[in-house]
Design a protein. Sequence first.
Length: 233
Amino acid sequence: MNTFFTNFDWNSFWMNILVGLIFLMISIPIAIKVIPYYILKLIKARNKKYIVRKLSYLMMEICEYLNESPYEDEELNQEELAISTSKQDLKTYRFINLVDLNVFNQMVRLKIHPVILDHYTKLNPDESFQQLIAERDRLRSFRTLLENIIDIPALYPGDEILSEVSELCLDIRSFEISFKYNNSMEDLLLSDLAKRNHHLEIGELADIYKKIIHVLHKLLEQNYFEVEITKNI
C-alpha cells in the first residue's frame, strides 16, 4: 500500500480532477438551457398538428364571439380578416374563420374601448343594464368554451399564448363575480339602484374586449397561420 501511494502519479490525478471540474461547469448550463430547448423544439415539431388544431379552435371561438358582438362602428369594422392555417403545409391546411375586426390595426385595439362606452351612453339605464346582463352571459359561455379547450391535456409544455388565454379566462371570471356583487337583482328591484349608470361594469367589459382582441392578435402572430385582409362592403 505504501508503495502504491509512493509511486502514484499525483500530478495526473489532480489534472484529471481539474479537467473533470471544467467539463462539469461547462455541461451544467448546457444541461439547463441548451438540451431542454432542443427537446422542446423536437416535441413541438412532432406534435405540430396537435398544436395547430388546439390554437385553431381557440381562434374559432374568439372570432365567433367578436362577430356576435353588439358593438359596431364603421371605422372599427371597416376591414375583415380571413384566417387559415399556413398554405406551406397542405396536409394540415384548413380554413379557420372570418372576423370583421382587423386586430393588426392599432386603431382597432385603441378604439374598441370608446366604442363600447359610447354604445351604453346612448341607452337608458334599464336598456343598458339588460344588455350588460346579456353580455355577461355571453362572456360566461365564452369563458367555458375557452377553458374546455385549454384544459385538454397537452402533448407539449405550456406555451406563452395559452397562459394569456388562461389569464383572459380569469379576467372574465373576475368580471362575472364583480357584476354579481355590484348588481344583485333582488336589490335592484327593491331600490333606485336600477336607475344608476353602470360605469364600472362597462369599463371592465371594455377592458376585457381589448384583451380578447390582444389574444387573437397574439394567436395570429404564430407561424402556423395566414391571414387575408379585405375591406368590408
